[in-house]
Design a protein around this ligand. Structure first.
Ligand code: BEZ
Length: 212
């Protein structure tokens, strides 16, 4: 069965381009972004991994560790990383799991036989420090993911966890957010949202982003 939001991300031990990884131990107290790609030496994946490497500071700011996966072995990953570094003008600074035995692919349901019998699809999981899955997305092999959107979702999740706010459609960092519907008590609202709020309707209450 596929993994759902709120499930504990399955733990595993697997080889990677940076050595053996015990996933939960490797995550520690960080958030995690685990993302699969169809194969090494493919064009879209080359751009995705290069871009992820360039986002290192953005991930670090949010206490996030990135980790990629494909079913290719370590020696292939190592050769491909050279290509990524050279062509994308970066240094790959996160591990790529070498899931040749498909252990992790099976745990995370990353092979969709009606798309391909052998290759992993382009899935991505955001995992919180309690090891809970907070976002799942699956893209077709031919469409590179938007990693700005991944950062946006992580920002939204962290705002919800820290400030009890949700984020409206197309929200961008710095824009007004929504007070979660479970907060009804006026005193609690005043305490939590000292910048005030606008009730567009009794259930749609906008407030300035609390950490800005
Ligand atoms: C790629 O990963 O680059 C790719 C995979 C399948 C189709 C097209 C591109």
């Amino acid at each position: 069965m596929s993994l759902r939001l709120g499930d504990i991300a399955p733990d595993f031990e697997q080889e990677s381009s940076e050595g053996n990884i015990r996933f939960h131990e490797w995550l520690g107290d960080s958030w995690g972004v685990l993302f699969s790609h169809p194969a090494d030496f493919t064009p879209v994946c080359t751009t995705e991994l290069g871009f992820t490497a360039k986002l290192k500071d953005e991930f670090t700011k949010r206490n996030v560790k990135a980790i990629a996966l494909s079913v290719d072995p370590v020696d292939s990953h190592v050769k491909w990383i050279d290509d990524i570094n050279r062509t994308q003008n970066t240094i790959v600074n996160f591990p790529i799991l070498a899931d040749a035995d498909r252990q992790v692919s099976d745990l995370y349901d990353l092979i969709h036989p009606n798309a391909s019998d052998t290759l992993t699809v382009r899935s991505l999981f955001v995992i919180d420090p309690n090891k809970k899955i907070r976002l799942t997305i699956t893209y077709p092999a031919s469409t590179g993911r938007n990693f700005h959107e991944i950062l946006r979702v992580i920002d939204s999740l962290q705002l919800t966890d820290n400030y009890k706010v949700a984020t409206p459609a197309n929200w961008l960092d710095g824009e007004d957010v929504v007070i979660v519907p479970s907060i009804k008590d006026e005193d609690e609202i005043k305490r939590r949202f000292p910048k005030g709020y606008t009730a567009v309707t009794p259930y749609l209450r906008l407030t300035p982003q609390p950490n800005r």
